[in-house]
Ligand binder design. Sequence first.
Ligand code: ZN
Ligand code: MN
Ligand code: MN
Length: 293
Amino acid sequence: MNAGLNYVLKKMLHMQIGCHVSISGSIDKAVDNAVERKCSAFQIFTRNPRGWNAKELTKEDIANFKSKLKESKIDRLATCAHMPYLPNLASPKVDGFEKSVKTLIDEIERCVQLGIPYLVTHLGSHLGTGEEGGIKRLVEGLSRAGKTSKDVMILLENTAGQKNSVGSNFKQLGEIFNKLKPAKKFGICFDTCHAFVSGYDLRSKEKVKETFEEFEKYVGIKNLKILHLNDARGEIGCNLDRHYHLGLGGIGEKGISAVVKFANKEKIPIILETPIDKDRDDFENVRKAKEFA
Ligand code: ZN
Ligand code: MN
Ligand code: MN
């Protein structure tokens, strides 16, 4: 085998790229959707993300999901689940907070059942009551869930910096992260759209390097377990959480390409949460992501 081809194959082996896929119909359909889209990594909601209640997973659901995943050759360690939208782990309302922690614990259990190693969560909103209290509750809630979490790692996702949200700047994210116990139950999910609209420049190779140096300083690249690869509809620092097609948004081709190369080098699975519209669908964005590698 010539050296060039060998190099290409080697590089491809370390490429885990996919997207968020639907579980519509039954949860094992997620694997079919991932395979169709030529994903080597994927993310799911384990249930309807817009409600509080979830039907329990049946034995059949679990068995089907697991057997399809095994057949698919997608590495189990390149799969993750995302928390539903309603929980707010920084909520100042006692009821809302308790319900949120309970949902997190339930979702961890569902990941255990499905053999999914990572659960991504947002950090929540203090709803105008102040960062200090919000962070205190968040750390308490996460730590309570972390104690129950067996083999599942809870990943904190950096936020877009919307009003009252916590965890958009790396320094604060690192401070929160370092308070969590047991530490080995926690990791980070880095969202490129969120980072960019929070003011971190990702538009060139140089800027990507600088941004991840900053991330390394406060949070640590070794804690980064999943990368959400999304371009941004808005401009740098706009705090708008609107994802866009890879290379066509504020971050652009050069920046997205540098991020993909970084993630592959660090062996971090890449998951797209890009829109589906007349310009592009998931099939095409996944293909683009591989091209950028
Ligand atoms: Zn998210
Ligand atoms: Mn995300
Ligand atoms: Mn987002």
